[in-house]
Design a protein around this ligand. Structure first.
Ligand code: C5P
Length: 406
């Protein structure tokens, strides 16, 4: 393999194991060599024959196999690669990783490795949301294990929710990101930095029971906050009303209106990084009445006033301005041109621009196709899951801060 990069791919037992075949093909297209460990449960879903054919290598399965051990002992196997990837990572293997149980070749290699570890969890939504798995996840992350996904969607067990393994392309992208110079040195590189992220819509009261709002799901902002925290940043997420769970390892301030959001951001300042991903309502109702407006035959008229612009406020702080202020530009036409204008108008450092035309399915959807715009550069990113956009952006932020120390 030309890149010289080697991944040890551990395939544990879940229905998502079939996706590991596509993952191997994708990695090999990127000239990354793959060697597999297949657990006993994993072999119920994929065969050593197909893995061997795709990796063009031996597939390791047995801790006590004399042939395996004489070819390559399990310690050497665990250290020979540059990166260990567990995909799919079941709740069971995550629990064993957390406690250090080593009762087969896969878990022994995981315990013995001195290489970075990445996991792509895949399990039923309730198993994912269980206190045990969430605690295991938090501890693994604290130890520096990089977590890709999972994502929300239909499950093999006919339920819906978080727990689907990320798509092979997203996992391959994260692995390639790790191997890029930036990714390699970015493990936990935001330790000591403070980040504030805004996310979700705002609700602007019309009266005590009605409000103005928009379709933002908050998924992108939440994913960014999670990714920054994973790189070690002390992260405050200021979130408008969403249906999302609070991300692990992040301090979440729940707010309703744009004015509340600005106040929560101001209370959380100073910070090194501010990312404004919220879809803040541009207007609010002037003087909403304290009683519900009654239907009395005539149409009420709503006087609207402009909301404070949080991004512009933070970008233009005279004192203690954060080192990096990032805004979003959701547009339905001339995405890049509008975003460039927004960059200079608001005074932020980067704009992440995306096309939110209804046909793209971006609003409320899983994926995002973004352009990262700076004063004199435009970087076009491929379509990625919102989680992957969050991770890629967090790595870009860490690289920037490392290259531009304050
Ligand atoms: O002006 P526009 O709403 O298109 O700008 C979008 C960017 O500005 C986003 O980053 C959004 O979070 C931020 N914004 C804000 N406060 C507002 C309006 C937008 O922080 N009142």
């Amino acid at each position: 393999m030309e890149s010289g990069k080697r991944v040890l791919l551990i395939i544990s037992g879940g229905i998502a194991a079939y996706k590991s075949l596509e993952l191997i093909r994708d990695l090999r297209r990127r000239e990354i060599a793959v060697r597999c460990i297949l657990t006993k449960a994993g072999s119920q879903f994929v065969t050593p024959l197909s893995l061997g054919a795709l990796t063009e290598d031996k597939v390791y399965q047995d801790l006590f196999s004399l042939t395996d051990e004489s070819e390559m002992g399990h310690i050497e196997l665990s250290r020979d690669a540059d990166l260990v990837v567990v995909a799919p990572a079941t709740a069971n293997i995550m629990a064993k990783m957390r406690t250090g149980i080593a009762d087969d070749l896969a878990t022994t290699a995981l315990l013995a490795t001195d290489k970075p570890v990445m996991i792509a969890p895949a399990m039923n939504v309730r198993m994912w949301e269980s206190a045990a798995t969430q605690e295991n996840l938090a501890i693994l992350q604290e130890r520096g294990v990089q977590v890709i996904g999972p994502e929300e969607g239909d499950m093999a067990c006919n339920e819906y929710g978080m727990g689907r393994m990320s798509e092979p392309a997203s996992i391959a992208e994260a692995i390639a990101g790790f191997f890029s110079d930036a990714g390699h040195s970015q493990q936990k590189s935001l330790i000591g930095k403070k980040a504030i992220v805004t996310s979700g819509p705002t609700h602007e009261a019309i009266d005590p029971v009605r409000y103005l709002a928009n379709h933002s799901s908050g998924r992108q902002g939440h994913a960014i906050a999670k990714a920054l925290a994973e790189l070690g940043a002390d992260t405050v997420l200021v979130s408008g009303p969403t249906r999302l769970p609070d991300p692990v390892g992040v301090t979440v301030k729940h707010v309703l209106s744009a004015e509340d959001m600005l106040a929560a951001c101001e209370a959380a300042l100073p910070a090194d990084i501010v990312v404004c991903a919220a879809a803040v309502a541009d207007w609010r109702v002037a003087n909403p009445p304290s009683e519900k407006i009654k239907k009395n035959g005539s149409m009420p008229s709503l006087e609207l006033v402009e909301n404070p612009d949080i991004l512009a406020n933070v970008s233009q702080l005279a004192k203690n301005r954060p080192a990096l202020v990032i805004g979003f530009a959701a547009e339905t036409e001339d995405v890049v041109a509008y975003a460039q204008a927004k960059l200079s108008k608001k005074g932020c450092d980067w704009i992440v621009a995306n096309d939110v035309s209804p046909e793209t399915g971006t609003f409320g959807g899983k994926n995002n196709t973004v352009h990262v715009i700076e004063a004199d550069t435009i970087e076009d990113w491929p379509t990625l899951s919102k989680e992957d956009v969050g991770q890629k952006l967090a790595i870009r932020i860490a690289t920037y801060l490392e290259n531009n120390p304050t």
